[in-house]
Design a protein around this ligand. Structure first.
Ligand code: ADP
Ligand code: ZN
Ligand code: MG
Length: 494
């Protein structure tokens, strides 16, 4: 077999198909607290550099950490949402390493006693539901942010912004249960939804409040044993995650096909070059000299506290999707879209509560509302059309007071002006014409102008009927009542 190199990754599809990727994700979510994990400094993003610091988060000698209760609460919320077992006793540990963005010389993390263990998350993939195991969730503090001027071409000056240093994170580690880049994408999507629903994190990937490292290996299809994995860092968007995994899977297959071995290492996704590159050889736990954090007591979460938090949990996306399908009779696909954020699902339920039937409501929201919002660069809460007004419009269309295409024009005007449907219809003459006399006049006109097609229809070609309906609707500027048009045409043509 020809030797496949890393650069010429034109691996034949049948060779690729002989391997199965195995993927596990480690996700860091910044917890939505006002203050940092172990001091009272503000955790806000975007403040002027180095304005939110104190002796604790700067690691000055003698400063002592004090645990932020809200950070623990948010960690527990995430844990409960991911069906993890919250541990009665967990413990912070020092993870020692040296780097300019880590002034203490260690990160405060959790090691052998994490906050929560053994959960799962359901993902929707290829029309199927799959359960992905979650190994653990632990709390830790974030490092500061390094900024390199001129990077990567030159490294003239480096700066450190300590504002981020010491902000609280939850690290969520999945089992190696993912089998393709698209499954990994679906997992991160579902995880982000849960963290947003529970208001644990704002999950803003550009601001770094959701970060993802991917562990990936390949094995021959049918093999029991996992292959050696590589860890890919720097995946700060959904697109990078998928591209990096696709690249890394092919790279590993190419190495194996050429008789090589995968080295366990940490790799970096090079966005510009579109490939993963070696960053450092794999570090092991013993490299970090973990030991229990002597400045903090073990963390105790009583069953009472856990239950108190559980009582404040919102309905989660998974439950909501199922309820939407069951109670509203919409498709699983529609349910997935409508339950994708709390704001959107609340909007949908608001429209239904205001009296619109669920299926048309689901359609109007997905087709018209989401398109208009997207074009206007707006989010659901900024929609100029409140749920009750959309419900009123949907009801008019459903009752046949206006037809669907008029409804769309009315909706566009509602979106533009913020005015209710009734007002726009009255003011702008959008009302549907149901007047039988007027409709009959349009029908006769169209039939007279098209004697050939009329003859075809009378000779049994029913296909041309649609043509006549279209012509009459056009003559009426889309305002004729479609049912009356149908009845009238049938009568006149028979
Ligand atoms: P490490 O000791 O390198 O930290 P862990 O066993 O703690 O490894 O797993 C870290 C992450 O790597 C987890 O998300 C896990 O699912 C994933 N993982 C473990 N083994 C493999 C493998 N062979 N292939 C792909 N991912 C793996
Ligand atoms: Zn501080
Ligand atoms: Mg590990």
């Amino acid at each position: 077999m020809a030797k496949l190199t890393q650069d010429s990754m034109s691996i034949p599809p049948e060779v690729l198909a002989g391997y199965e990727p195995v993927i596990g994700l480690e996700v860091h979510a910044q917890l939505k607290t006002d203050t940092k994990a172990f001091c009272a400094c503000s955790a806000r993003f975007g403040d002027p550099p180095n304005t939110n610091t104190c002796p604790v988060c700067l690691g000055l000698p003698g400063a002592l950490p004090a645990l932020n209760r809200r950070a623990v609460e948010l960690g527990i919320r995430a844990a409960l949402a991911l069906h993890l077992n919250v541990q009665e006793t967990s413990r912070f540990a020092r993870k020692n390493y040296f780097y300019p963005d880590l002034p203490k010389g260690y990160q405060i993390s959790m090691y052998e006693l994490p906050l929560a263990k053994g959960g799962w998350l359901e993902i929707e993939h290829d029309g199927q539901t799959k359960r992905i195991g979650i190994t653990r969730l632990h709390l830790e503090d974030d490092a500061a942010k390094n900024l390199h001027e001129g990077f990567p071409d030159s490294a003239e000056k480096s700066y450190v912004d300590y504002n981020r240093g010491g902000t609280p994170l939850a690290e969520i580690v999945s089992e190696p249960d993912l089998r393709s880049p698209t499954e990994a994408h679906a997992y991160l999507t579902a995880l982000k939804q849960v963290l947003l629903y529970t208001e644990v994190s704002d999950c803003n990937m550009e601001e770094g409040s959701l970060r993802c490292d991917a562990n990936v290996s390949v094995r021959r299809r049918g093999a029991e044993m996992f292959g050696t994995k590589a860890e890919v860092k720097n995946l700060n968007s959904f697109r990078y995650l998928q591209h990096a995994l696709e690249f890394e899977i092919e790279r590993q297959i190419a190495v194996l096909e050429s008789g090589g071995k995968i080295t366990q290492e940490t790799r970096l996704w090079n966005v510009a070059a579109g490939r993963t590159e070696p960053m450092r050889s794999k570090e092991f736990a013993h490299d970090y000299r973990y030991f229990p954090e002597p400045d903090l007591l073990p963390l105790r979460v009583s069953a009472a506290w856990r239950d108190e938090i559980a009582a404040t949990m919102p309905e989660l996306p998974e439950a909501k999707r199922k309820r939407f399908v069951r109670d509203f009779g919409i498709t699983p696909y529609d349910a997935e879209v409508l339950a994708s954020t709390r704001a959107l699902s609340d909007y949908f339920e608001g429209v239904v509560r205001a009296g619109a039937p669920a299926k048309p409501a689901a359609n109007w929201i997905q087709v018209e509302l989401l398109r208009q919002l997207n074009d206007a660069g707006k989010e659901i809460p900024e929609s100029p059309v409140p749920p009750a007004e959309l419900a009123a419009l949907v009801a008019k269309v459903e009752r046949g007071e206006i037809n669907a295409s008029t409804g769309k024009k009315v909706f566009a005007r509602m979106f533009e002006t913020g005015k209710p449907a009734a007002e726009i219809i009255a003011a702008e003459g959008f009302s549907q014409v149901s007047d039988a006399g007027e409709i009959e006049r349009w029908c006769r006109e169209v039939i007279e102008k098209n004697p050939d097609n009329a003859a075809k229809y009378r000779a049994g070609n029913e296909g041309v009927f649609k043509f006549f309906v279209g012509q009459v609707m056009r003559a009426s500027l889309g305002q004729a009542n479609p049912q009356t048009v149908n009845d009238t045409l049938k009568r006149l043509l028979s």
